[in-house]
Design a protein around this ligand. Structure first.
Ligand code: NAG
Ligand code: NAG
Length: 260
């Protein structure tokens, strides 16, 4: 009975968490400036996934949790800490997720690991033993293309394929777009540890001005005509992280042209 309730709570929290795009903690890669990337990952796992759940949670909460710990000092219980998080963020779902993860090792260990993880969500979930660690993995990009290669503003599909001979650790794929007007656009996607094999991802890029872009939150990308570079990195851990279990497996570059 208890396990059913926990599973339901995890599912609920996952759904609520999934609504907001996760803010990236160290390297703010996703601008509201109009980059819309969505992922079509094969093969996909549909089962309940605590690693993904943990990373989603910590991308949204780790900074706030650290602030709470620094401000409040001694926190007695998971309940207190997670209620403070729910109050601060206005999200009961984050509070529920926090309690689930905090209860695994207890509040002292939970806090110690937050401090140790230093705002790196993947490393944090590895420390919390929710994500697989594998340091002898590899990945090599075998295909990288954009379709269409040239066309008017609209949706462009970035096609990435890679081969791993020995499997991969929990990591991410980061896509950066070099825009004509110099506004930096990019996004990271968490990649869970995988067995050896060939993997493909299709990323849709909506290369047209985003009507919901709020210019007070940062520059809005206009996708002027011209050539756009696309840079991809596949990494163990967070790309560019100096923490343990982090490494760049491979990088690649391609481009596409927006016609006038
Ligand atoms: C491949 O991974 C296995 C564990 O999954 C490890 O024992 C082995 O040393 C790795 N091989 C290489 C060449 O890194
Ligand atoms: C775009 O990519 C093609 C290969 O697909 C390359 O030949 C060309 O030099 C690149 N253009 C730019 C501006 O980087």
């Amino acid at each position: 009975m208890k396990s059913v309730a926990v599973v339901l709570a995890v599912l609920l929290a996952s759904q609520c968490l999934a609504v907001r795009p996760p803010p990236r903690s160290q390297r703010p890669l996703t601008w509201p400036g109009g980059l819309s990337l969505s992922q079509d990952f094969k093969p996909s796992k549909v089962d309940l996934d605590l690693c993904k759940f943990c990373i989603d949670f910590s991308q949204q909460a780790i900074q706030q949790l650290l602030n709470i710990i620094l401000q409040v000092g001694v926190v007695g219980t998971c309940g207190e800490l997670c209620q403070a998080l729910a109050d601060k963020t206005g999200s009961q779902a984050l509070g529920v997720a926090c309690n689930l993860l905090c209860d695994i090792e207890g509040v002292q260990e939970f806090i110690k690991l937050i401090e140790k993880a230093d705002l790196d969500p993947i490393y944090y979930c590895e420390l919390l033993k929710q994500c697989t660690i594998k340091d002898d993995g590899d990945a090599k990009i075998t295909t990288l293309s954009v379709n269409p290669k040239s066309g008017p503003q609209g949706t462009f599909i970035i096609d990435v394929e890679y081969v791993s001979k020995n499997g991969t650790g929990t990591g991410e794929m980061v896509i950066d777009i070099d825009t004509v007007d110099g506004i930096p656009l990019g996004q990271g996607f968490v990649l869970e540890a995988q067995e050896a094999g060939t993997y493909g991802q299709k990323i849709s890029l909506r290369a047209e001005p985003n009507p919901d872009c709020d210019p007070t939150q940062g520059p809005c990308e206009s996708f002027q005509p011209g050539n756009y570079g696309v840079r991809i990195a596949l990494c163990n851990g967070e790309c560019g992280s100096k923490h343990p279990h982090s490494q760049i497996y491979d990088q690649g570059m391609t481009n596409f042209t927006i016609t006038g």
